[in-house]
Design a binder for this molecule. Structure first.
Ligand code: ATP
Ligand code: MG
Length: 371
């Protein structure tokens, strides 16, 4: 690919005076500078295209590599509003969040500048053109799971203002030179123009990751991010896509595939075959169980990102036992088991919970039909 050869040949100018300097948080770029960095937004520089526009690889005068997101639509909001929004996002700094280097707002153009992530996105390693290289061993996957959870937990609980990501997915988890994850595109919902068409295409594009209440009712909250993160974890552990074709018309979600297997304790069947059996069993089980409670259809049953983080790190034995005994894995067993003697029969609380569930499901459906 022409683009790859450009990176390999690109000689970085290592300026001494830059080295000792504290990196500025962000700055305004001129359109001219970005034109020259990206070879006039050359097609060969294009990294990909998402819901907001195209992303181009570029190199600045000092040799540093950047990724420039050129927004294709911009709402009629005032120019100053764009700057205000971007500056708020630019202030959010965390080792697992892709930080903004700056922006450009000239004429009709709205561009956002990031550091270029040399190992591209998680998507490219799981399903894209890096997938055959099998660069994601288990240690890296565990690191990616915990690191991206840290980034999202920071957005939800520590950043000011608190930020709901709304678009957590494999292409928005970028990997630096050390394969450390950096969550990208947080706060981007702000840049969605009022027009409904754009929103529809976005929803379509990321369908497999959308919490049911968000997909159906458009109700965004932190717990929608938790749901998407659950799907991402399943994808990371299994190498499967969020939605898979069962036949011509039917698609099955990754959680529908994973839940029965988890209930039966068949974790080894769920590991990505590309791992060749090289993984830590306990950790695989932990990731899958955490993922499934995150991807629970009932928002109130999902953990917070802080809880997710604690579980993934395996810090509390008590919490892990609680997780294993989660009703989600027991109730399904009562449905799956053929022999009639079920875990639920030994525990009347679980049967009660199961009964309690029904009205909740019905009312959710009613709401959907109304909406
Ligand atoms: N800083 C970066 N370094 C390397 N690759 C990047 C960078 N930013 C984006 N990309 C890649 O460029 C492509 C386009 O990104 P973009 O964010 O526009 O689309 P997306 O992530 O697929 O969807 P969405 O618009 O919902 O975020 C993606 O494959 C993404 O992983
Ligand atoms: Mg993106």
């Amino acid at each position: 690919m022409a683009f790859c050869s450009m990176i390999c040949c690109g000689k970085g100018v290592d300026r001494k005076k830059e080295k000792g300097k504290k990196q500025p948080t962000w700055r305004i770029f001129s359109l001219k500078e970005l034109h020259s960095a990206t070879n006039n937004f050359n097609y060969d520089n294009k990294l990909g295209e998402g819901g907001f526009g195209s992303v181009y690889w570029g190199q600045l005068w000092d040799g540093s590599q950047i990724a420039v997101k050129r927004l294709k639509v911009w709402s009629n909001k005032a120019e100053v509003e764009f700057s205000v929004e971007v500056e708020i996002l630019a202030r959010v700094r965390h080792k697992n969040l892709l930080s903004l280097r700056g922006y450009c707002a000239e004429g009709q153009e709205r561009l956002i500048v990031y550091d270029y992530m040399p190992n591209l996105s998680l998507l490219s390693h799981l399903h894209g053109h890096h997938s055959s290289e099998c660069l994601l061993d288990w240690t890296r996957r565990m690191n990616i799971a915990i690191g991206s959870a840290e980034g999202i937990a920071y957005l939800h609980h520590h950043s000011t203002p608190h930020i709901i990501h709304r678009d957590i997915k494999a292409s928005n988890v970028l990997l630096d030179s050390e394969f450390q994850p950096q969550v990208a595109d947080f706060g981007f919902a702000k840049f969605i123009p009022d027009g409904a068409t754009h929103v529809t295409t976005r929803v379509k594009g990321t369908l497999g990751y959308l919490a049911p209440e968000y997909a159906m009712l458009g109700k965004a909250s932190e717990s929608c991010d938790v749901y998407s993160f659950g799907i991402l974890l399943l994808e990371l552990a299994s190498g499967k896509k969020p939605l898979e074709k069962v036949n011509r018309t039917v698609k099955r979600s990754i959680s529908e595939w994973a839940l029965p297997l988890a209930c039966e304790g068949k974790f080894d069947e769920m590991a990505d075959p590309k791992l060749n059996g090289k993984y830590v069993e306990e950790e695989l089980k932990r990731i899958i169980l955490v993922a499934l409670v995150c991807a629970d259809n009932r928002p109130d049953k999902r953990p917070t990102m802080l809880e997710v983080l604690e579980l993934l790190k395996g810090e509390s034995k008590e919490k892990l036992t609680e997780l294993e005994n989660n009703e989600l894995f027991k109730t399904l067993q009562t449905v799956c088991d053929d022999d009639g003697i079920t875990a639920a029969e030994e525990n009347s609380d679980i049967i009660k919970e199961e009964k309690d569930l029904k009205p909740a499901k019905d009312s959710e459906q009613e709401k959907t039909e109304d909406g």
